[in-house]
Structure formats: C-alpha cells, structure tokens
Ligand binder design. Structure first.
Ligand code: BT5
Length: 258
C-alpha cells in the first residue's frame, strides 16, 4: 500500500491504492452489517460530488468514506456532515492551511470574508475549494440505519490535475503526511459525533459564510440575503428583504457585500 495505515484511530481502516468511489465500497460494507470503518484510497476513478456531480480524485489525495451508525433520527444527519467539515478544517489548519467552511460543507482557502472575498469567489482565486463532503444514508422514520460520510481532500495533488477553482494542501503549504492527516481528521470526527452539541459552535468559528451576503439555490427556489446563523441540524438562517428564511439544503454562493 502507498500509505502505511497502522493508525491508532477510532475507526478500522480499509486501504485501497485505487477505487471507483469509496462511498460505493462503504455502502457494500453497510449492507454486510459493518460499522465504524473508514475506507481510504489513493485515487478514485469514479468519484461523485453532490447532485450527481463528478469529483476529481487523482493519486495523492485523501479520499475517504466513514461508515457509521448513529443512534439518531434521519433528520439529524446534517449535523454529521457539518462535523466532517469541521474535522477536515481542523486537520487542514494543523497542516498550516488557512481553511474556512462555506455552508454547508465546502472547505475553502482564502475566503475568510472581507471586502475582497466576493471577487475571489467569482474568479476562483480567493475561495479556492480544498475539500468537500458527500453524505449518503439509509434510515427508518425514527432511526438512521447507516450513514456514509464521504470526504475528499486535495492533499498532495497538483492543481493542474484539479478543476478550476480548486486548491490543494500541496499548492498552499507543500505536501502533508497523509497518515497523520487522516488520523487527526478521524479523531476530530470521532469526538464530534460523541458530542454533537459541540458541532455548531465549532462550525460557526470556522465558517466564512456567516455575516456575508449569499445567494442559495435551494430545491424550492433562490434565497438571497445575509447569512446570519446556522441552526440545528445544519440549516442556514438567511435574513432576506421579507424576513428570515431557514434553508435546509442548497448550493451557496458568497456575494459582494454592497
Ligand atoms: C462535494 O460535492 O464537494 C462532495 C465531494 C465528495 C468527494 C468524496 S471523496 C470520497 C467520497 N467518495 C466519493 O465518490 N465522493 C466522496 P459538490 O459540492 O457537489 O461539488 C462538486 C463540484 O466541485 C464539481 O462539480 C466540480 O465543480 C468541483 N470539483 C470536482 N472535483 C474537485 C476537487 N477535487 N476539488 C475541488 N473541487 C472539485
């Protein structure tokens, strides 16, 4: 294996040099009744983003899916997605990358708000995407049966091998020890899943979305206004001209402030 995964982690680790999509592997293991396992691969050949989008996953990244079975109703699942973004941000910051979270779970570099931030989002030069999270689950009405949290981090990857607007740890600060990075991320995620009350405060601390003008494309239409808070289990509260809207899902864009 390209990475020696003798990790002292709170998850069993299954490592692959190459795989189609680690989320698919995690789903097969879910069907077999497994839990608390992290599938990690050096490259993916058929990785997915949200809404059927493609995810580029060349060799050198941290491409990982966590299979867990939280004793929670399906409605609480977004808090685990936010926890994954927080854990990824902490691991990235420990590696020296000035990472922030764009609602709900994009990890960006160079978009911490302020007057120049909106421009940079539009050009991709400021809000450069370092990582993303794709959560899939199956559940009954009152209880999740399995939850897969897919996390993709552009670690030791050239930006030439990524889509426009993406960045990597290599690009920002140089290569990282992926084993230590994964260990840190898993420890953080493990701590947060055990203490979900801690997720939103941590998320707020790292978010670049709050206090910003945003446009969110939701399944029910476009919502534009100032992002004022995040609310359990992970909804964005947007102050619009007509009052407050609570947005549960969508694609969020940071806009120029005035
Ligand atoms: C995401 O989707 O950000 C979720 C990405 C999850 C990837 C992980 S890797 C392990 C696991 N296995 C999988 O198959 N998936 C998960 P979304 O918010 O929909 O963003 C997708 C968009 O980001 C694409 O349409 C591209 O524009 C852009 N993109 C694709 N690859 C990228 C990359 N490596 N870095 C930055 N941006 C990328």
């Amino acid at each position: 294996s390209a990475i020696a995964f003798g990790l002292d982690a709170p998850f069993e680790i299954e490592y692959h040099d190459s795989f189609g999509s680690t989320n698919d592997r995690a789903r097969d293991l879910a069907v077999e009744g497994r839990s608390d396992i992290a599938i990690v691969t050096d490259e993916q050949t058929g990785a997915r983003g949200r809404l059927e989008r493609q995810w580029t996953a060349p060799s050198g990244g941290v491409w990982m899916s966590l299979l867990v079975r939280p004793d929670r109703p399906p409605a609480h699942v977004p808090v685990f997605t936010l926890a994954a973004a927080v854990a990824t941000t902490r691991a990235a910051r420990e590696a020296g990358v000035d990472a922030h979270i764009k609602w709900p779970n994009d990890v960006l570099v160079g978009d911490g708000g302020g007057p120049d931030a909106a421009d940079s989002v539009a050009t991709g030069r400021g809000g450069r995407k370092l990582a993303g999270v794709l959560t899939e689950m199956e559940g009954e009405a009152d209880r999740v049966s399995w939850l897969i949290v897919g996390i993709g981090v552009n670690a030791n990857v050239d930006t030439a091998d990524l889509p426009p607007g993406a960045t990597s740890i290599r690009e920002e600060v140089g290569d990282v020890d992926r084993r230590a990075f994964v260990q840190r991320l898993l420890e953080e995620f493990h701590a947060l899943r055990a203490d979900t009350e801690a997720v939103l405060p941590a998320w707020r601390e790292y978010a670049s979305t709050l206090g910003r003008r945003v446009r969110v494309e939701t399944p029910g239409g476009t919502v534009e206004g100032e992002a004022v808070d995040v609310r359990f289990p992970g909804a964005l509260v947007v102050r619009t001209d007509d009052g407050e809207e609570v947005v549960h899902a969508g694609d969020c864009e940071h806009l120029r402030s005035a």
